[in-house]
Design a protein around this ligand. Structure first.
Ligand code: AMP
Length: 231
């Protein structure tokens, strides 16, 4: 950091800001008093821990090679694996990074079938084990961040799912939050069938509220612009 100014910056900040603010609003709670995990799950995907309206941690790193696996991007990977592959394949670090960005993630895990979750859903329904594997690794990864960020914030009021997959994929939402009753997270399977609409999908008994909150990055940008020019 000292030499090159390299730092972790995260991604989808506009979406995380809008969704966390909106989530507090629809819960009827002041943002300052909330602990929210925002799961922005799209072709690019990042998860944030928003405590009192401030993002205290985010899954994506300097590049999409840190965090959960995405459409074509690997997410977390042990750098030693790169050294081994580089040696055997005679590839440079740049070539390997390119593969990790463009040919990995659920595309790689599905055996090259698709980076699009609709295709993976269809493949899984047709009994394709690689599609199921890719979806389940993705969901397992989301679940790990939910656990980690609840711990990091010392509690949790809500989880908000957003972006293409977060808004439209009931399977991903269900499996990512499965068996988390011990943390007070319980999904209502019927409500969870919702696609692309703002709705609470947790049961009334669930201590942690789980919401689908369609993102609105354009509105967030417009709000920030107004704030900037009227300051
Ligand atoms: P994004 O990058 O936010 O546009 O998200 C892209 C991902 O969202 C793709 O994997 C799509 O399969 C998924 N997605 C977008 N719209 C829908 C939809 N209406 N139904 C199911 N999946 C969708």
């Amino acid at each position: 950091y000292t030499k090159y100014g390299i730092r972790k910056y995260g991604a989808h900040g506009t979406s995380h800001k809008y969704v966390s603010q909106r989530c507090a609003e629809i819960m009827g709670k002041p943002l300052e008093d909330t602990k929210i995990i925002v799961c922005h799950l799209g072709n690019g995907a990042s998860i944030s821990a928003v405590k009192g309206g401030k993002c205290i941690d985010t899954s994506m790193g300097l590049t999409p090679l840190e965090g959960i696996p995405m459409g074509t991007r690997s997410g977390n990977i042990d750098p030693t694996a790169l050294e081994v592959v580089a040696k055997h394949e005679g590839q440079s670090i740049s070539e390997l990074i390119n593969i990790l960005n463009k040919k990995s993630g659920v595309l790689g895990m599905s055996g090259g079938i698709s980076s699009d979750f609709r295709d993976l859903d269809a493949g899984m329904k047709d009994g394709n084990d690689r599609c199921r594997l890719a979806l389940d690794v993705f969901c397992y990864s989301v679940k790990k961040y939910i656990g980690a960020y609840a711990a990091a914030m010392g509690g949790l009021d809500a989880i908000a799912f957003t972006a293409g997959i977060g808004e439209n994929n009931p399977y991903v939402r269900r499996v990512s939050t499965m068996d988390l009753s011990f943390m007070g997270i319980d999904i209502d399977e019927t409500k969870n069938e919702i696609r692309g609409e703002e709705q609470k999908i947790s049961t009334d008994a669930s201590k942690v509220q789980v919401w689908v909150v369609p993102t609105n990055e354009e509105l967030a940008i417009a709000r920030e612009t107004v704030e900037l020019v009227t300051k």
